[in-house]
Design a protein around this ligand. Structure first.
Ligand code: SF4
Length: 479
């Protein structure tokens, strides 16, 4: 727990220390005109955009510096690195499912994501176990939305449902254990569409000890409500809130109405089209890029300027677009209005999974008893260490096996590779060839391996399950 407190304190300390500079870079990364305007009139441009820093702090932008990395950039890195440390400590160590079979399933999904979505996505993702929607649909309708909600239909009422809501959290907590702390209360929804959003967050805090992070696209609309919310979340120890700023005008309104200190623990994400930020290629945005591929080329060019991309040869030599999903849940997605629960995990969006996540299954629940039944059913069906004899064994289509005399290499997207040594796994090549040449069940592969290559049932079982546990095999397909 001490490590957790230290990690959060360090992150928050850096956010407060550099709150003014942070605001400068929010504008800088959103607005291509901003630099030109700064050059022609520095003071006036800052004033118009409600930014207060000294020219000295960003002098590297105007004159050649002997420093490799300017101080102001180092300060922003300090924020990024302290955030990453917090994410690793809290989400990847403190928030693990106590249900060991779910933990195994989650670990397998995380391994797969490295080959499917790349190492940067996988390392920085929070891999939450539960997201809950408190509305049906979304009132905002962003053109780039990666999750494509319908328009707003209905919201979950706190007054009518508080008892059920608390019972819901308790049931999920008893199933998830510590992973309940990774819960957040929005998905394809705008949190503040629900007039009781704050009350639901406080109930979650009272039951789990954690106030959930919030992302909103309407921070500029009801400013008093949002200011009050920031105070409430801070009072309850929330680690972060995020504002999605979908236009430069909205950014200006937000920067005008909130002080730097008020927004210190708020990430302001510039989501206007010309910002440095790139959109996830799923949902609405993917529909647009299918109709106009130049849109994706533009985004890809931006993405390739990021240090984690252009300084990593695996990314820079790959043609894949490295933002194929915005999903951050390997676990349950629940809508309290439609009473639907899904088991999901991130994947690069395709026609099969257009929203950028696999839906392993979904079910409706009328009441808490139904919910419990579904959790137990899914635990037995999905959260297994090993494949069953009737499971169909097929690699994900983006896994490409290669063989050398000494090595077996399974290559995923972004040149991600897993190597096995032939001398340690003498039967693996034969098993991989059988998997790739036939659409076979687990038991049929074992029989073929025995008949054609004299591979024992024990050895074939071990090899297939090794491939499965590394996340290379499509899950839960029956023959
Ligand atoms: S990005 Fe968020 S606010 Fe915008 S449409 Fe999608 S869910 Fe709604």
């Amino acid at each position: 727990m001490n490590d957790t407190i230290t990690a959060k304190d360090k992150f928050h300390k850096s956010l407060h220390k550099y709150a003014r500079l942070k605001r400068f870079f929010e504008r800088f990364s959103a607005d291509p005109e901003f630099m030109r305007n700064l050059q022609s009139d520095f003071e006036d441009t800052l004033k118009k955009n409600h930014i207060r820093i000294d020219r000295e702090e960003v002098h590297y932008l105007f004159e050649k510096s002997s420093q490799d990395i300017p101080d102001s950039v180092k300060k922003m890195w300090e924020i990024v690195q302290s955030k990453q440390k917090w994410v690793e400590q809290f989400y990847l160590k403190d928030c693990l499912p106590s249900n060991s079979s779910m933990l195994t399933w989650r670990n397998r999904q995380i391994k797969r994501q490295k080959y499917d979505l790349g190492p940067f996505f996988t390392k920085t993702n929070i891999h939450s176990s539960l997201a809950v929607e408190l509305s049906q649909g979304c009132s905002v309708g962003c053109w780039f939305c990666a999750l494509s909600p319908d328009s707003l239909k209905n919201t979950y009422s706190h007054q009518s449902h508080q008892e059920e809501w608390i019972r819901f959290i308790q049931i999920m907590k008893s199933f998830l254990g510590d992973a309940i702390k990774s819960t957040f209360l929005y998905w394809a929804t705008e949190p503040f569409d629900n007039p009781d959003y704050e009350k639901f967050c406080i109930d979650l805090y009272n039951e789990t000890g954690v106030f959930p992070p919030t992302t909103t696209a309407v921070a500029h609309k009801d400013i008093d409500r949002i200011k009050e919310f920031i105070k409430i979340s801070s009072k309850h120890g929330s680690w972060l809130n995020r504002f999605s700023l979908t236009s430069l005008g909205i950014m200006r309104t937000v920067h005008k109405n909130f002080t730097e200190e008020e927004l210190a623990e708020v990430e302001c994400l510039p989501l206007n089209k010309n910002a440095n930020y790139t959109y996830g290629n799923s949902g609405n945005f993917r529909e647009r890029t299918k109709a106009d591929p130049s849109l994706l080329i533009e985004q890809d060019e931006k993405l390739r300027t990021a240090p984690w991309h252009n300084q990593d040869i695996d990314y820079s030599t790959s043609e894949d677009y490295a933002n194929g999903s915005i999903c951050c849940v390997s676990g349950f997605l629940v809508n309290m209005v439609s009473r639907k629960i899904q088991l999901i995990s991130p994947t690069t969006a395709t026609d099969k999974w257009p929203l950028g996540y696999i839906i392993f299954d979904e079910a409706k629940f009328e009441n808490i008893k139904d919910l419990k039944t579904t959790l137990i059913k899914w635990e037995n069906r999905f959260f297994n260490n090993e494949m069953t004899p009737d499971d169909l064994v097929q690699f994900y289509p983006w896994i490409k096996p290669h063989f050398t005399e000494e090595e077996i290499i399974l290559q995923g997207r972004f040149n991600q590779k897993k190597q096995f040594f032939v001398n340690e796994n003498p039967c693996m090549i034969s098993i991989i060839k059988i998997i790739n040449s036939n659409k076979c069940s687990f038991k049929d592969i074992q029989i073929k391996a025995l008949e054609e290559f004299s591979i024992s049932l024990i050895d074939s079982k071990k090899i297939i399950n090794t491939l499965f546990s590394n996340g290379f095999i499509i899950e839960n397909q029956k023959h």
